[in-house]
Design a protein around this ligand. Structure first.
Ligand SMILES: [Zn+2]
Length: 322
């Protein structure tokens, strides 16, 4: 079985740890976090989306601005990939992904989690695209130049700002995936209205199964599917069920419901590894097979299991870039 994961925070977890603790013998290839490249390869991932997460609420780590910090982190990311281009290669399109898969290489996609880093400068999107960024999570948990977060439903009815609409349009033109995870509900509806391309929630679950502001309502799931989009199943316990433990049973309940509401093609994987705390039944990339194994034991068909693990993601990438 192949796997494609739309969202992990490993890059920033590593860089923040390194900055805070000084010299470090940890890197993206081998570490004791939820994910490293060696384990992704061992578990037969076909693609991993690596988020460069920037926290607007904290001072930049390296540079004067959050944007410059992101650029520096992107450089570090590229130099990590360059250590072994026989195993992992940056992908910037569906064609890149297929070429990498055909030659037995893991595709690495680069994303930004916090669109606010562009600080009202539309041309920064072009620069980010040129540096390999192919998806941007419009907001994290802060208001920014694009719009508002859904955190605690405080800004639920506040949509995209005029600059946010412009940013979505520019991302459409460039070929950067708009990611609505964390975005306010009204922001979601605006993306639906203004985005000409399919869009994603890279790491969000079902609000009907578990009522959390980070999850999608049934109406949103239908709208997402209607636009050719999809959501990535988030492994965070707090988004799955009422306790903080991340359980496979909870994941299966979300998958079942999302398929019932949005159709088979609406759901993939967006673990949020290295961005989530608490106890996990699927402890890291080395154990991702536990998800497909559990689906099989619980009556999902092989077509459904493949769809969730990688085929829906492949379909989305193809639709997005066609
Ligand atoms: Zn997130």
């Amino acid at each position: 079985m192949f796997y494609i994961d739309f969202h992990i925070d490993t890059l920033m977890r590593w860089l923040v740890d390194e900055a805070k603790s000084g010299a470090s013998n940890v890197d993206l290839w081998e570490n004791n976090y939820h994910v490293d490249i060696e384990r992704l390869i061992k578990s037969n991932y076909a693609a991993q989306f690596f988020a460069c997460f920037i926290c607007l609420g904290e001072e930049p780590i390296y540079k004067e601005s959050h944007y410059d910090d992101a650029l520096k982190s992107i450089d570090v990311f590229h130099s990590q990939l360059a250590r072994n281009p026989q195993k992992i290669v940056l992908a910037g399109s569906y064609e890149d992904y297929i070429a990498n898969k055909d030659s037995g290489k893991l595709s690495a996609f680069l994303t930004i989690e916090e669109g606010g880093i562009i600080d009202g400068k539309i041309e920064s999107l072009d620069e980010l695209y040129n540096k390999g960024v192919r998806a941007i999570t419009l907001t994290w948990n802060y208001e920014n130049c694009i719009g508002y977060p859904n955190s605690r439903f405080k800004f639920s009815d506040k949509g995209l700002k005029p600059f946010g609409i412009e940013a979505v349009e520019r991302m459409n033109d460039l070929g950067i995936i708009v990611d609505v995870s964390h975005l306010s509900d009204a922001g979601f509806y605006d993306v639906y209205k203004y985005s000409k391309r399919p869009f994603m929630a890279t790491h969000s679950n079902s609000r009907a199964v578990h009522n959390h502001d980070r999850n999608l309502t049934d109406e949103m799931v239908k709208m997402l599917a209607n636009k050719g989009g999809m959501t990535g199943l988030n492994f965070c316990g707090a988004f799955l069920q009422n306790d903080n433990m991340s359980k496979i049973d909870g994941m299966l309940a979300h998958i079942r419901h999302l398929i019932n509401i949005g159709g088979l093609e609406v759901i993939g994987i967006g673990t949020d590894y290295d961005g989530i705390d608490g106890e996990l039944e699927i402890k890291g990339a080395e154990d991702i097979h536990m998800l497909s194994d559990a689906m099989e034991r619980n009556g999902f068909t092989s077509k459904e299991i493949e769809a969730v693990c990688y085929k829906n993601a492949e379909g989305f990438l193809k639709r997005f870039w066609s």
